[in-house]
Design a protein around this ligand. Structure first.
Ligand SMILES: Nc1ncnc2c1ncn2[C@@H]1O[C@H](COP(=O)(O)OP(=O)(O)O)[C@@H](O)[C@H]1O
Ligand SMILES: [Mg+2]
Length: 247
């Protein structure tokens, strides 16, 4: 039997909020932490994530060439290929196509910069996620450490849904590492940025895990599940094999 494949969709109407940066980083981190094999899909016509992946030397995560209209089949193909996690990056838009991508998600991540413009723009994306009845997490991205607006943003977002407890700060290495197809975990593994991504992934994986438990009708506490490692939605102990799908 094939392992369960999970799908995380990064979505937000606002351009520049960090969808592409965090898609790439979390895919690499998921693979590093044993949640793979992981595949990335870029549904943004600008293709920033695809371009990043094309200059990347490492084999993992894999990349699936896809378009909106073929997503259903491509995800099915990924499942048959044994991928256990697919991360989908989306364009900054509110369209029917985005809503359809969200319909495939086990978890939707909505990156938001702590700025008034970004905060005001979350509504339509949240509406799409709610209409599709999907689990959603806000990630405060590109924050200035200790700035008051960062905590204010987290509080304001919490009125609309769950906010990831790990805030990703604004650091040049997030952009710089991606120039040659890498991530901060690869350019500066001991740095603060790498630590934030590790923490964020641990949190998101836990959300996926809970989603799985809720879907299975389980209502107890998480510790009870820890004694049954096969319940982990992403089976962290399994080895990644880094297979690529090129279509
Ligand atoms: N945490 C961060 N620190 C510094 N720069 C960031 C951070 N997150 C994103 N950026 C930069 O901001 C810009 C927009 O990010 P991107 O991930 O492309 O957003 P989106 O995909 O939502 O449009 C890029 O130049 C990226 O390098
Ligand atoms: Mg983008």
């Amino acid at each position: 039997m094939l392992p369960t494949m999970r799908v995380i969709v990064f979505a937000s109407q606002k351009g520049g909020s960090g969808k592409t940066t965090l898609s790439g980083h979390l895919a690499v981190q998921a693979e590093r932490s044993g949640a793979g094999p992981v595949a990335l899909i870029d549904t943004d016509p600008q293709g920033s994530l695809a371009k990043w992946w094309n200059v990347r030397e490492a084999n993992e995560p894999a990349f699936i060439q896809s378009v909106f209209s073929n997503l259903f089949h491509d995800l099915d193909h990924a499942r048959n290929e044994g991928f256990r996690l697919v991360i989908i990056d989306t364009p900054p838009a509110i369209t029917r196509a985005i809503s359809e991508v969200v319909s495939f998600a086990d978890l939707v991540v909505l990156p938001t910069r702590p700025s008034p413009h970004d905060m005001r723009a979350v509504g339509p994306t949240v509406d799409i996620v709610e209409a599709r009845k999907k689990q959603m997490v806000f990630v405060v991205n590109a924050a200035t450490a200790r700035a008051r607006i960062t905590s204010e943003a987290a509080v304001a977002l919490s009125q609309h849904g769950t906010v990831a407890p790990t805030i990703i700060n604004h650091r040049v290495d997030f952009a710089a590492s991606m120039i040659d197809g890498r991530t901060v975990m690869e350019s500066n593994p001991k740095g603060k940025s790498a630590q934030e991504i590790e923490e964020l992934w641990t949190y998101l994986e836990d959300r996926l895990f809970r989603t799985e438990a809720v879907n299975a009708g389980w209502t107890g506490d998480r510790d009870a599940l820890d004694v049954a490692p096969q319940m982990n939605a992403l089976g962290r102990k399994a080895q990644a094999f880094g297979k690529r799908v090129l279509q």
